[in-house]
Design a protein around this ligand. Sequence first.
Ligand code: NAI
Length: 338
Amino acid sequence: MRIAVIPGDGIGKEVVPAALPALTALCETFGLPLSYDVLDWGADTWLATGVGLPDGAVERLPRTYDAVLLGALGDPRIPDMAHGREILLGLRRGLDLYVNHRPVVLDSGVIDIYRENTQGLYAGVGGSVTRSGSVTVAIDESVHTRAAVEDFVRYCLRRLRDDGRRKVTLVHKSNAVPNTGRLWQDVFRRELTAFPELTGSEEYVDAFCYHLVRDPSPYEGVLVSSLFGDIISDIGAALMGGLGLAAGASVCPETHFALFEPVHGSAPDIAGKGIANPYATLMCLALMLDHFGHGAPADLLRTCVREAARGATATPDIGGHGTTDLFMDTVLTLLDHH
Ligand code: NAI
Protein backbone atom coordinates (compact mmCIF):
# COMPACT_ATOMS: atom_id res chain seq x y z
CA MET A 1 0.00 0.00 0.00
CA ARG A 2 1.33 3.40 -0.98
CA ILE A 3 -0.39 6.12 1.03
CA ALA A 4 -0.44 9.90 0.71
CA VAL A 5 -0.83 11.18 4.27
CA ILE A 6 -2.39 14.62 4.73
CA PRO A 7 -2.59 15.43 8.45
CA GLY A 8 -4.20 18.81 7.61
CA ASP A 9 -5.10 21.20 10.42
CA GLY A 10 -5.81 21.27 14.15
CA ILE A 11 -6.17 17.83 15.70
CA GLY A 12 -5.56 16.27 12.27
CA LYS A 13 -1.89 17.04 12.91
CA GLU A 14 -2.11 15.14 16.20
CA VAL A 15 -4.27 12.10 15.50
CA VAL A 16 -2.72 11.17 12.15
CA PRO A 17 0.93 10.96 13.27
CA ALA A 18 -0.25 9.26 16.47
CA ALA A 19 -2.21 6.56 14.60
CA LEU A 20 0.29 5.75 11.84
CA PRO A 21 2.58 3.55 14.00
CA ALA A 22 -0.36 1.16 14.39
CA LEU A 23 -0.48 0.72 10.61
CA THR A 24 3.29 0.25 10.44
CA ALA A 25 3.16 -2.36 13.21
CA LEU A 26 0.34 -4.28 11.53
CA CYS A 27 2.07 -4.24 8.15
CA GLU A 28 5.24 -5.60 9.75
CA THR A 29 3.34 -8.36 11.60
CA PHE A 30 1.33 -9.42 8.55
CA GLY A 31 4.15 -8.93 6.03
CA LEU A 32 2.33 -6.24 4.05
CA PRO A 33 4.36 -3.73 2.04
CA LEU A 34 3.71 -0.17 3.17
CA SER A 35 5.11 3.19 2.16
CA TYR A 36 3.78 6.65 2.75
CA ASP A 37 4.64 10.31 2.23
CA VAL A 38 3.38 13.12 4.42
CA LEU A 39 1.98 16.08 2.43
CA ASP A 40 1.80 19.47 4.11
CA TRP A 41 -1.50 20.56 2.57
CA GLY A 42 -3.62 22.65 4.89
CA ALA A 43 -4.09 26.05 6.48
CA ASP A 44 -0.41 26.88 7.11
CA THR A 45 0.57 26.22 3.48
CA TRP A 46 -2.50 28.08 2.23
CA LEU A 47 -1.71 31.14 4.36
CA ALA A 48 1.97 31.08 3.35
CA THR A 49 1.55 30.41 -0.38
CA GLY A 50 -2.14 30.72 -1.29
CA VAL A 51 -2.09 27.10 -2.50
CA GLY A 52 -4.59 24.57 -1.19
CA LEU A 53 -4.61 21.75 -3.71
CA PRO A 54 -1.39 22.02 -5.77
CA ASP A 55 -1.64 22.12 -9.58
CA GLY A 56 -1.63 18.64 -11.09
CA ALA A 57 -2.16 16.94 -7.71
CA VAL A 58 -5.38 15.24 -8.78
CA GLU A 59 -3.58 13.60 -11.72
CA ARG A 60 -0.43 12.82 -9.73
CA LEU A 61 -1.99 11.23 -6.64
CA PRO A 62 -3.40 8.07 -8.25
CA ARG A 63 -0.21 7.56 -10.25
CA THR A 64 1.94 7.61 -7.12
CA TYR A 65 -0.35 6.29 -4.38
CA ASP A 66 -3.13 3.77 -3.78
CA ALA A 67 -4.98 5.87 -1.22
CA VAL A 68 -5.04 9.07 0.82
CA LEU A 69 -5.31 9.33 4.61
CA LEU A 70 -6.57 12.77 5.61
CA GLY A 71 -6.82 14.04 9.21
CA ALA A 72 -9.03 17.12 9.13
CA LEU A 73 -9.13 20.57 7.58
CA GLY A 74 -10.36 23.77 9.20
CA ASP A 75 -8.62 26.71 10.80
CA PRO A 76 -10.04 29.71 12.64
CA ARG A 77 -7.72 31.97 10.60
CA ILE A 78 -9.62 30.96 7.44
CA PRO A 79 -13.26 31.40 8.49
CA ASP A 80 -14.75 30.61 5.07
CA MET A 81 -12.81 27.29 4.93
CA ALA A 82 -11.65 28.22 1.38
CA HIS A 83 -8.56 26.00 1.64
CA GLY A 84 -10.58 23.09 3.01
CA ARG A 85 -13.11 23.24 0.21
CA GLU A 86 -10.35 23.48 -2.38
CA ILE A 87 -8.55 20.44 -1.01
CA LEU A 88 -11.41 18.22 0.12
CA LEU A 89 -13.98 18.96 -2.55
CA GLY A 90 -11.17 19.12 -5.14
CA LEU A 91 -10.03 15.62 -4.21
CA ARG A 92 -13.55 14.18 -3.96
CA ARG A 93 -14.67 15.62 -7.28
CA GLY A 94 -11.33 15.43 -9.10
CA LEU A 95 -10.79 11.78 -8.20
CA ASP A 96 -14.50 10.98 -8.57
CA LEU A 97 -14.67 9.60 -5.03
CA TYR A 98 -18.42 9.47 -5.25
CA VAL A 99 -19.14 6.81 -2.62
CA ASN A 100 -18.72 7.89 0.99
CA HIS A 101 -19.04 4.99 3.44
CA ARG A 102 -19.54 6.01 7.07
CA PRO A 103 -20.19 2.98 9.28
CA VAL A 104 -22.05 3.61 12.53
CA VAL A 105 -20.97 0.94 14.98
CA LEU A 106 -23.45 0.37 17.81
CA ASP A 107 -24.12 -2.35 20.37
CA SER A 108 -27.28 -3.17 18.40
CA GLY A 109 -25.26 -3.68 15.20
CA VAL A 110 -23.52 -1.77 12.43
CA ILE A 111 -25.39 0.69 10.21
CA ASP A 112 -23.57 1.14 6.91
CA ILE A 113 -24.34 4.69 5.82
CA TYR A 114 -23.49 5.21 2.16
CA ARG A 115 -23.55 8.85 1.19
CA GLU A 116 -23.25 10.23 -2.34
CA ASN A 117 -20.23 12.47 -2.16
CA THR A 118 -20.03 14.71 -5.23
CA GLN A 119 -23.51 15.84 -6.22
CA GLY A 120 -26.65 17.33 -4.71
CA LEU A 121 -26.10 20.48 -2.69
CA TYR A 122 -22.36 19.74 -2.70
CA ALA A 123 -22.13 19.97 -6.50
CA GLY A 124 -20.74 23.49 -6.19
CA VAL A 125 -23.38 25.02 -8.46
CA GLY A 126 -24.72 28.38 -7.36
CA GLY A 127 -23.85 31.97 -6.79
CA SER A 128 -24.74 35.10 -4.89
CA VAL A 129 -25.43 38.76 -5.47
CA THR A 130 -23.74 41.31 -3.23
CA ARG A 131 -24.94 44.91 -2.90
CA SER A 132 -23.22 47.49 -0.69
CA GLY A 133 -21.18 44.74 0.95
CA SER A 134 -24.19 42.56 1.86
CA VAL A 135 -25.29 39.37 0.18
CA THR A 136 -28.80 40.00 -1.11
CA VAL A 137 -29.47 36.75 -2.99
CA ALA A 138 -27.74 33.40 -2.48
CA ILE A 139 -28.34 30.21 -4.45
CA ASP A 140 -26.91 26.72 -4.01
CA GLU A 141 -28.35 24.31 -6.54
CA SER A 142 -28.94 20.65 -5.74
CA VAL A 143 -27.75 18.89 -8.89
CA HIS A 144 -28.20 15.14 -9.42
CA THR A 145 -27.61 13.26 -12.67
CA ARG A 146 -29.37 9.97 -13.27
CA ALA A 147 -26.14 8.28 -14.37
CA ALA A 148 -24.32 9.23 -11.17
CA VAL A 149 -27.21 8.26 -8.90
CA GLU A 150 -27.48 4.91 -10.71
CA ASP A 151 -23.76 4.19 -10.40
CA PHE A 152 -23.86 5.09 -6.71
CA VAL A 153 -26.99 3.09 -5.86
CA ARG A 154 -25.87 0.00 -7.81
CA TYR A 155 -22.42 -0.05 -6.19
CA CYS A 156 -23.83 0.40 -2.68
CA LEU A 157 -26.47 -2.30 -3.11
CA ARG A 158 -23.78 -4.68 -4.34
CA ARG A 159 -21.56 -3.88 -1.34
CA LEU A 160 -24.42 -4.34 1.11
CA ARG A 161 -25.40 -7.67 -0.42
CA ASP A 162 -21.79 -8.90 -0.51
CA ASP A 163 -21.37 -7.87 3.13
CA GLY A 164 -24.37 -10.02 4.07
CA ARG A 165 -26.67 -7.12 4.90
CA ARG A 166 -30.40 -7.78 4.50
CA LYS A 167 -32.09 -4.38 4.77
CA VAL A 168 -31.49 -1.10 2.97
CA THR A 169 -33.21 2.23 3.52
CA LEU A 170 -33.29 5.12 1.07
CA VAL A 171 -33.31 8.44 2.96
CA HIS A 172 -34.75 11.37 0.97
CA LYS A 173 -37.15 14.30 1.17
CA SER A 174 -39.30 13.85 -1.91
CA ASN A 175 -42.36 15.45 -0.28
CA ALA A 176 -40.65 18.84 -0.04
CA VAL A 177 -37.81 18.49 -2.57
CA PRO A 178 -39.73 16.55 -5.23
CA ASN A 179 -37.56 16.61 -8.33
CA THR A 180 -34.37 15.17 -6.93
CA GLY A 181 -36.26 13.07 -4.39
CA ARG A 182 -38.25 11.31 -7.10
CA LEU A 183 -35.15 10.70 -9.19
CA TRP A 184 -33.57 8.92 -6.23
CA GLN A 185 -36.73 6.93 -5.49
CA ASP A 186 -37.07 5.84 -9.11
CA VAL A 187 -33.43 4.73 -9.39
CA PHE A 188 -33.52 3.00 -5.99
CA ARG A 189 -36.68 1.01 -6.81
CA ARG A 190 -35.41 -0.07 -10.23
CA GLU A 191 -31.91 -1.04 -9.08
CA LEU A 192 -33.25 -2.90 -6.05
CA THR A 193 -35.05 -5.41 -8.28
CA ALA A 194 -31.65 -6.87 -9.20
CA PHE A 195 -30.92 -7.60 -5.50
CA PRO A 196 -33.55 -10.03 -4.21
CA GLU A 197 -31.38 -10.61 -1.09
CA LEU A 198 -32.10 -7.04 0.06
CA THR A 199 -35.35 -5.68 1.45
CA GLY A 200 -35.75 -2.00 0.65
CA SER A 201 -37.58 0.74 2.51
CA GLU A 202 -37.77 4.51 2.09
CA GLU A 203 -37.94 7.26 4.71
CA TYR A 204 -38.13 11.03 4.75
CA VAL A 205 -34.92 12.39 6.22
CA ASP A 206 -36.68 14.15 9.11
CA ALA A 207 -38.57 11.00 10.13
CA PHE A 208 -35.40 8.96 9.68
CA CYS A 209 -33.47 11.23 12.10
CA TYR A 210 -36.25 10.83 14.65
CA HIS A 211 -36.33 7.05 14.32
CA LEU A 212 -32.54 6.73 14.28
CA VAL A 213 -32.23 8.50 17.62
CA ARG A 214 -35.18 6.64 19.20
CA ASP A 215 -34.14 3.16 18.02
CA PRO A 216 -31.31 2.57 15.53
CA SER A 217 -31.56 -1.23 15.74
CA PRO A 218 -33.77 -1.83 12.65
CA TYR A 219 -31.33 -0.16 10.25
CA GLU A 220 -28.59 -2.03 8.36
CA GLY A 221 -27.77 -0.14 5.16
CA VAL A 222 -28.67 3.46 4.37
CA LEU A 223 -28.35 5.23 1.00
CA VAL A 224 -28.49 9.01 1.07
CA SER A 225 -27.48 12.11 -0.89
CA SER A 226 -24.63 14.41 0.12
CA LEU A 227 -26.04 16.98 2.56
CA PHE A 228 -28.56 14.70 4.28
CA GLY A 229 -25.79 12.10 4.57
CA ASP A 230 -23.45 14.57 6.20
CA ILE A 231 -26.05 15.37 8.83
CA ILE A 232 -27.27 11.86 9.58
CA SER A 233 -23.72 10.53 9.90
CA ASP A 234 -23.04 13.10 12.64
CA ILE A 235 -26.15 11.82 14.43
CA GLY A 236 -24.70 8.35 13.94
CA ALA A 237 -21.43 9.56 15.46
CA ALA A 238 -23.32 10.91 18.48
CA LEU A 239 -25.05 7.53 18.92
CA MET A 240 -21.64 5.83 18.78
CA GLY A 241 -20.42 8.02 21.64
CA GLY A 242 -18.91 11.04 19.94
CA LEU A 243 -17.32 12.49 16.83
CA GLY A 244 -13.94 11.14 17.88
CA LEU A 245 -15.16 7.63 17.04
CA ALA A 246 -16.60 7.91 13.52
CA ALA A 247 -14.56 6.94 10.47
CA GLY A 248 -15.24 7.30 6.77
CA ALA A 249 -13.99 6.16 3.39
CA SER A 250 -14.54 7.93 0.06
CA VAL A 251 -14.12 5.58 -2.86
CA CYS A 252 -14.14 5.64 -6.64
CA PRO A 253 -15.43 2.13 -7.49
CA GLU A 254 -14.04 2.30 -11.04
CA THR A 255 -10.41 3.15 -10.15
CA HIS A 256 -10.47 1.68 -6.61
CA PHE A 257 -8.66 4.83 -5.43
CA ALA A 258 -9.88 5.87 -1.98
CA LEU A 259 -9.57 8.60 0.59
CA PHE A 260 -9.94 7.76 4.26
CA GLU A 261 -10.85 10.48 6.75
CA PRO A 262 -12.47 10.69 10.17
CA VAL A 263 -15.94 12.28 10.17
CA HIS A 264 -14.79 14.90 12.69
CA GLY A 265 -13.20 18.25 11.86
CA SER A 266 -10.07 19.98 13.14
CA ALA A 267 -11.58 20.61 16.63
CA PRO A 268 -9.87 23.95 17.36
CA ASP A 269 -11.33 23.86 20.89
CA ILE A 270 -8.99 21.02 21.88
CA ALA A 271 -6.19 21.32 19.30
CA GLY A 272 -2.74 21.44 20.90
CA LYS A 273 -3.93 19.98 24.23
CA GLY A 274 -2.82 16.44 23.45
CA ILE A 275 -6.24 14.95 24.21
CA ALA A 276 -7.66 14.42 20.70
CA ASN A 277 -9.06 10.95 20.25
CA PRO A 278 -7.23 8.98 17.51
CA TYR A 279 -9.97 6.28 17.54
CA ALA A 280 -11.67 7.51 14.32
CA THR A 281 -8.35 7.74 12.50
CA LEU A 282 -7.45 4.21 13.62
CA MET A 283 -10.82 3.01 12.34
CA CYS A 284 -10.01 4.74 9.04
CA LEU A 285 -6.86 2.62 8.89
CA ALA A 286 -9.00 -0.48 9.48
CA LEU A 287 -11.30 0.58 6.62
CA MET A 288 -8.20 1.10 4.48
CA LEU A 289 -6.88 -2.39 5.26
CA ASP A 290 -10.32 -3.82 4.45
CA HIS A 291 -10.39 -1.88 1.18
CA PHE A 292 -7.14 -3.50 0.08
CA GLY A 293 -8.36 -6.95 1.04
CA HIS A 294 -6.47 -7.28 4.33
CA GLY A 295 -9.37 -8.28 6.55
CA ALA A 296 -7.33 -10.02 9.29
CA PRO A 297 -5.15 -7.02 10.27
CA ALA A 298 -8.21 -4.76 9.97
CA ASP A 299 -10.16 -6.92 12.43
CA LEU A 300 -7.20 -7.14 14.81
CA LEU A 301 -6.84 -3.36 14.78
CA ARG A 302 -10.55 -2.89 15.50
CA THR A 303 -10.41 -5.38 18.38
CA CYS A 304 -7.40 -3.67 20.00
CA VAL A 305 -8.77 -0.14 19.54
CA ARG A 306 -12.12 -1.10 21.09
CA GLU A 307 -10.38 -2.79 24.00
CA ALA A 308 -8.17 0.28 24.57
CA ALA A 309 -11.24 2.55 24.43
CA ARG A 310 -12.75 0.68 27.39
CA GLY A 311 -9.66 1.33 29.54
CA ALA A 312 -8.42 4.23 31.68
CA THR A 313 -6.08 5.58 28.99
CA ALA A 314 -9.03 6.42 26.74
CA THR A 315 -9.24 10.12 25.92
CA PRO A 316 -11.63 12.38 27.91
CA ASP A 317 -14.25 12.68 25.14
CA ILE A 318 -15.14 9.03 25.71
CA GLY A 319 -14.88 9.11 29.48
CA GLY A 320 -11.22 8.24 30.03
CA HIS A 321 -8.38 10.09 31.76
CA GLY A 322 -5.81 9.50 29.05
CA THR A 323 -4.19 11.50 26.29
CA THR A 324 -3.69 10.86 22.59
CA ASP A 325 -0.24 9.37 23.32
CA LEU A 326 -1.31 7.25 26.30
CA PHE A 327 -4.22 5.82 24.31
CA MET A 328 -1.88 4.98 21.45
CA ASP A 329 0.58 3.33 23.88
CA THR A 330 -2.26 1.04 24.97
CA VAL A 331 -3.31 0.27 21.39
CA LEU A 332 0.28 -0.55 20.35
CA THR A 333 0.81 -2.73 23.43
CA LEU A 334 -2.40 -4.64 22.70
CA LEU A 335 -1.38 -5.08 19.05
CA ASP A 336 1.96 -6.40 20.24
CA HIS A 337 0.35 -8.94 22.58
CA HIS A 338 -2.26 -10.32 20.15
P1 NAI B 1 -15.33 19.24 14.93
O1 NAI B 1 -15.69 17.88 14.46
O2 NAI B 1 -13.96 19.70 14.64
O3 NAI B 1 -15.57 19.33 16.52
C1 NAI B 1 -16.87 19.20 17.12
C2 NAI B 1 -16.70 18.81 18.60
O4 NAI B 1 -16.27 17.45 18.67
C3 NAI B 1 -15.67 19.64 19.32
O5 NAI B 1 -16.10 19.90 20.63
C4 NAI B 1 -14.43 18.77 19.32
O6 NAI B 1 -13.58 18.99 20.41
C5 NAI B 1 -15.04 17.36 19.36
N1 NAI B 1 -14.17 16.40 18.66
C6 NAI B 1 -14.10 16.22 17.32
N2 NAI B 1 -13.19 15.29 17.03
C7 NAI B 1 -12.66 14.88 18.19
C8 NAI B 1 -11.65 13.94 18.54
N3 NAI B 1 -10.99 13.22 17.60
N4 NAI B 1 -11.35 13.77 19.84
C9 NAI B 1 -12.01 14.46 20.78
N5 NAI B 1 -12.97 15.37 20.53
C10 NAI B 1 -13.30 15.58 19.24
O7 NAI B 1 -16.42 20.24 14.31
P2 NAI B 1 -16.45 21.82 14.31
O8 NAI B 1 -15.96 22.35 15.62
O9 NAI B 1 -17.79 22.18 13.84
O10 NAI B 1 -15.43 22.24 13.16
C11 NAI B 1 -14.09 22.66 13.39
C12 NAI B 1 -13.43 22.90 12.05
O11 NAI B 1 -13.33 21.68 11.32
C13 NAI B 1 -14.22 23.87 11.15
O12 NAI B 1 -13.28 24.67 10.47
C14 NAI B 1 -14.94 22.95 10.19
O13 NAI B 1 -15.23 23.59 8.97
C15 NAI B 1 -13.94 21.85 10.03
N6 NAI B 1 -14.50 20.54 9.62
C16 NAI B 1 -13.72 19.81 8.78
C17 NAI B 1 -14.12 18.55 8.39
C18 NAI B 1 -13.20 17.75 7.54
O14 NAI B 1 -12.03 18.06 7.42
N7 NAI B 1 -13.68 16.70 6.90
C19 NAI B 1 -15.39 17.97 8.86
C20 NAI B 1 -16.10 18.80 9.81
C21 NAI B 1 -15.66 20.06 10.16
